[in-house]
Design a protein around this ligand. Structure first.
Ligand code: FES
Length: 105
């Protein structure tokens, strides 16, 4: 089991447990995390699965690949910005902290 801690823009936290080969986007959608629309279904094309990885979790998660890096320019990009559909969960990521966008813009 991999523990993921989602933090909403207003500070509300949601601790969820994931298992199997899943992406962070799939976990967020499954648990109804606000602001994660995932309109392209995980094809790295829409940026509506944007999250910001907490600095404490950044090393375990890593950075974007070249294509993701281009798509991230579509959003209000910040240090730690990632497309959650491009993050396959691994055991080493357990306990990760993920900041969600403000669903109201
Ligand atoms: S779901 Fe569209 S870019 Fe991630």
């Amino acid at each position: 089991m991999i523990e993921v801690n989602f933090v909403e823009h207003d500070g509300r936290r949601h601790r969820v447990l994931a298992r199997g080969t899943v992406t962070l986007m799939e976990v967020a959608v499954r648990h109804g995390m606000p602001g994660i629309l995932a309109e392209c279904g995980g094809s790295c094309a829409c940026a509506t699965c944007h999250v910001v990885i907490d600095p404490a979790s950044a090393a375990a998660v890593g950075g974007p690949n070249e294509v993701e890096d281009v798509i991230l320019d579509l959003v209000d990009r910040r240090p730690g910005s990632r497309l959650s559909c491009q993050i396959k969960l691994r055991d080493g990521m357990t306990g990760m902290v993920v900041h969600l966008p403000n669903p109201n813009g």
